[in-house]
Design a protein around this ligand. Structure first.
Ligand code: 5GP
Ligand code: MN
Length: 331
């Protein structure tokens, strides 16, 4: 870790701390944030978790969920004050200020010290303290490491352990992505020793489908999946009208792209969808096809080699045309 001793010394007095994470938080983003939140509160600091957008219902079980402050315009003043007056801002699971939407300029302008804990490539250089490792499968794994570096293993409560386990379980794709290391299994073993019920966490996250969501997946597979068998690329296109028709909520499209990638012979999959007034894209790949480079070069995005995302600056139809014209880049 960069500046561990300075970080330890910094935490020796009670601090005002803000924890934030990327827009549309997933289980790793929220689990890391709430895990670190409880740990730092336990050490006597005053801590707030602020997310740039809301997040899916299936994450609401995490301990501390009620305390999370979700950005919206009506809270802009209060959030601005918290960020401005913070001594420390912990930036978890993101590598650049664009990823935290309206919070970006506020965090940038704050004189607070910044801690980065992250596993995405090419982090922007804003951190005073950082625990960054792109070999880590999940930011939650790094939060666990950070707690150990701060000699806090005995302070890991069940609430912390469950939140961190949720991040690890989802970011490893339930322990099947390449990023799944022997080390992370050892970390999970420690979390289980603390009492994490892995079946319970799995059910809370994965087995909470609404009927709307299941019907939507059926519809998307049947009507909205384009397969280019020759180029070995498959993608979904979902428009705003479909979002409304199926009452899609935050998180409902999560995992859909994996169905496209699971088709035999396909090595790049995408989902292109209108969501909240923007066109959001998710990319997945197998092997050496680096979708993070693709996302950053063409769609203002980034991520990991085999899982990335981005945002298009042109309308849905034009985005689809642009994507189709770029498919040869994957060869
Ligand atoms: P997902 O497709 O699940 O939204 O995201 C997959 C990965 O890509 C995640 O690691 C996420 O951090 C990254 N990612 C998703 N959307 C964006 C984006 O708009 N910009 C950047 N830089 N990364 C993204
Ligand atoms: Mn992550």
């Amino acid at each position: 870790m960069k500046e561990l001793n300075a970080f330890k010394a910094f935490l020796n007095s009670p601090r005002k701390i803000v924890i934030t994470t990327h827009a549309n938080p997933d289980a790793d983003a929220l689990g890391s944030s709430l895990g670190l939140y409880h740990f730092l509160k336990g050490r006597g600091h005053s801590v707030e978790v602020i997310t740039p957008t809301d997040y899916p219902q299936f994450l609401h079980w995490m301990e501390g969920n009620e305390q999370v402050i979700i950005y919206d315009n009506s809270k802009a003043d209060r959030i601005g004050t918290l960020i401005k007056n913070a001594d420390l801002i912990c930036c978890l699971d993101f590598n650049g200020m664009k990823r935290i939407k309206s919070l970006g300029p506020l965090v940038d302008a704050s004189e607070a010290k910044k801690l980065l804990v992250d596993h995405h490539l090419n982090p922007e250089e804003f951190a005073d303290f950082s625990l960054w490792d792109n070999q880590a499968a999940a930011t939650a794994e790094l939060v666990y490491d950070l707690i150990l570096l701060l000699d806090g293993k005995d302070e890991i409560t069940l609430g912390i352990a469950e939140a961190l386990y949720a991040g690890i379980m989802t970011d490893t794709g339930s322990f099947k992505h390449n990023s799944t290391s022997a080390k992370i299994h050892r970390t999970v073993a420690e979390l289980m020793d603390i009492g994490v019920d892995i079946n319970k966490v799995s059910r809370l996250i994965y087995d909470t489908n609404s009927l709307n969501r299941l019907r939507f997946i059926g519809y998307a597979l049947m009507e909205k999946l384009t397969v280019d068998a020759e180029k070995r690329v498959a993608y979904f296109v979902i428009n705003a009208e479909e979002h409304e028709r199926f009452h899609l909520k935050s998180g409902d499209t999560e995992g859909l792209v994996n169905y496209a990638l699971s088709i035999q012979g396909i090595f790049v999959a995408a989902i292109i969808m209108e969501r909240g007034g923007e066109v959001k894209m998710s990319f997945r790949s197998v092997g050496n096809h680096a979708v993070n480079d693709f996302a950053s070069e063409y769609f203002n995005g980034g991520g990991h080699k085999n899982a990335a995302g981005g945002i298009s600056d042109v309308p849905l139809d034009e985005t689809v045309e642009k994507f189709k014209s770029l498919i040869p880049k994957f060869q």
